[in-house]
Write a protein that binds this ligand. Sequence first.
Ligand code: 5GP
Length: 193
Amino acid sequence: MTEVASVLYGREDVRRRVEELGRTITGDYVGREPVLVTVLTGGAVFLADLIRAVDLPVETHFMAISRYGDAEESFGRVQILLDVEDDLAGRDVVLVEDIVDTGLTSRYMLSVLGARAPASLEICTLLDRSVRRIVPLLPRYVGFDCPDTFVVGYGLDYRERYRNLPDILRVDDLAALRADPDVLAPLLTDAAA
Ligand code: 5GP
């Protein structure tokens, strides 16, 4: 492990927590068929594991949004690039997020999905960085409370890198990562060893 980043949540912790979330969602939606919607690309890894931990029929959909600026800065000005084609009216919708930070993205997504008259609409986020919240927003399902440090891995990127790291890493030296976005590349091959 380099000093640029360190493991925040290891793969086993993530696996256990995702299974717990899946069990909770299963219990809460028993007898129903929830629609799980995630935002590409960050949420895709979490969604893939989460749906396999839910013992119910589920529908999954992906949305894509544009964002201005880099991943570590959230400006909240977004535009839909890929949308859910199915009718969500009367459905139980769960917005699956990689991380809720300022809450601007989730608020936007909730307004888009909420306008489609779902029977219910909840947020399930793997990471909740509530200390940075601008928009008052309480996700119903939270994997981990995330400290105020940029994170990568398990779907979360830095300039499209590191989504395939099995662990969630906190970036302790963001300046070093900005200076050399590939500085953590050795961890990718370590993970395979
Ligand atoms: P929000 O709109 O809540 O401020 O930001 C949500 C989005 O910003 C997340 O879905 C994610 O794409 C990005 N983001 C926020 N914090 C982090 C972080 O620590 N690491 C990475 N890789 N992306 C983040």
